[in-house]
Ligand binder design. Sequence first.
Ligand code: MN
Length: 247
Amino acid sequence: MRILVSNDDGYFSPGISALAERLRPLGEVTVVAPERDRSGASNSLTLDRPLYLRKAPSGFFYVNGTPTDCVHLAVTGMLEHLPDVVVSGINHGANMGDDTIYSGTVAAATEGYLLGIPSIAVSLTGKPGTHLATAAAVAARLVERIVRERPAQPVLLNVNVPDLPEAEIRGMDVTRLGKRHRAEPVIKVQTPRGEPAYWVGAAGSEQDAGPGTDFHAIAAGRVSVTPLQIDLTHHAQTGLVRAWLGK
Ligand code: MN
């Protein structure tokens, strides 16, 4: 089995090391990740400069680009064989609800999916990331499953894992994305030279966190697995817009 591992926290992140180590017994693992923390990079591709692929002493490859660049470069220009699965993570922090729009972790997996490869994004909901081993074990279980029962169409799974010891995980739920309130406002700061500057504020609190959502599963100490799709068409509004256009 060939496994491509990436992330958005950077190739030096403890999360990606824990993931790569846990997946290594399952097959041939190649790590290609951003050279710095690109959390929030979403699905961006770097088009205004060349990308360099360099190898760290750890054996991990790193790229001066985004998570999407990493998977795109690895699959279309670096690897001799297509991977059987792309795994992105383990992210330090949750990617639930609206987070998935901004997430570089989800974006790396999305790029694999768009290239026709089953892909999994894995996030540990605790920011410091105490129980990386729990998320790594969940990832390994899903990878084995996906590769053994290769689905007819590629799948894209967004997986969030409670930051708990494995023995305290209460199970795994198939979920839908919840919804957050609007984000906190930007915070205005002063630079040392007296120029105003702005930090993007925190994500909003949970708005739709009811049963069936990713938020709900995590609050109950369960792993959340959300199958994602990329078609953003709002089918229910096509009639409204058709009327506007006189169609
Ligand atoms: Mn991140």
